[in-house]
Design a protein around this ligand. Structure first.
Ligand SMILES: [Zn+2]
Length: 307
């Protein structure tokens, strides 16, 4: 059977803590359905990647592989740290192993960085320079694109914005083991801490979803929920302000499950109040429209550029 060849067909893969997603990508667009598999431990992930590769390569000529993964990734495509919830993944020489196996260019990138790159190339802030992306979910992550290139940093921690500090008072412990990181305030866990603060008697019964629903009611019963949601916006604004003063982004993109709950106009206003007065009207924030496929698409775009 003759293999179909699309222009620069890349296999894009996103390796997360619970699932691995894979699809073919051509010219920045999905060229196949997105298939998923559960994330196994450590190097077994590579066997899942290989299964996807075998299935796709039977039908298509694949020009390269782009992998977006949780964890910090070295310039040589090795997983060097903070691997989220994937035990045994750290230390894996992903790029080296797969490149040898497939004899194809393989690009490996941190998932938030890959997603930021997708936003820059095909997302809601196309061409923005600089572009700052902030992911709000169980944790807080992000990516920075300057002059069309990802800021990867000298220690591969560029864009790890969840761990900038919002306070020096050691009030709130972060998942990283330190205190008062943006992630400890602006993530889902940060919201749970706000619920505990405003609803000390019934916090176990209120989910983050309930909190936003209650705040939207805008009646007498929602006053504490409204305060909690405003506090949450204020923490995000503080984080954006600190980053804004460093990068002066043309646009900021919010992604991740919790970004859907952000009131953009309110956040823009609150951020403007914190910035240097000359910058107070310069804040542009958009929500991501690429959704869960941003990492996979971004990794594929990076791989297609390496061809
Ligand atoms: Zn932290």
């Amino acid at each position: 059977m003759k293999k179909q060849q699309l222009k620069k067909t890349i296999m894009g893969i996103d390796i997360g803590g619970t699932k691995i997603a894979c699809a073919l990508v051509s010219s920045g667009k999905l060229a196949s359905p997105v298939y998923t598999a559960r994330t196994p431990r450590g190097e077994k992930i590579l066997s899942v990647v290989s299964k996807f590769y075998e299935q796709f390569s039977r039908k298509y000529l694949i020009s390269g592989v782009g992998i977006s993964t949780a964890g910090m990734v070295s310039d040589h495509g090795r997983i060097v740290g903070s691997t989220g919830n994937i035990p045994g993944w750290q230390g894996t020489k992903v790029k080296e192993i797969l490149q040898k196996k497939y004899r194809l260019p393989v690009v490996v990138e941190n998932d938030a960085n890959a997603a930021a790159y997708a936003e820059y190339q095909i997302g809601s802030a196309r061409g923005a320079n600089p572009l700052l992306m902030i992911t709000l979910g169980t944790g807080v992550g992000g990516g920075v694109v300057v002059n069309g290139r990802l800021v990867r940093g000298a220690h591969f921690a560029g864009g790890e914005i969840g761990h900038i500090k919002l306070s020096y008072t050691k009030q709130r412990r972060c998942t990283c083991g330190r205190y008062d990181c943006l992630e400890a305030y602006a993530s889902g866990n940060g919201l749970l801490a706000l619920i505990k603060h405003y609803f000390p008697d019934k916090y176990k019964k209120i989910s983050t979803r309930d909190l936003f629903r209650l705040a939207r009611l805008k009646n007498k019963s929602s006053i504490f929920a409204i305060r909690a949601v405003e506090d949450w916006h204020f923490y995000i604004a503080l984080g954006i302000c600190n980053l804004f003063q460093v990068f002066d982004p043309e646009k900021i993109v919010l992604s991740g499950g919790l970004s859907e709950e952000v009131n953009i106009n309110y956040l823009v206003k609150e951020t403007g109040k914190l910035l240097l007065p000359a910058l107070s009207k310069s804040v542009r924030i958009e929500k991501s429209r690429l959704g869960n496929n941003a990492g996979l698409l971004g990794a594929a775009l990076l791989a297609s550029q390496s061809l």
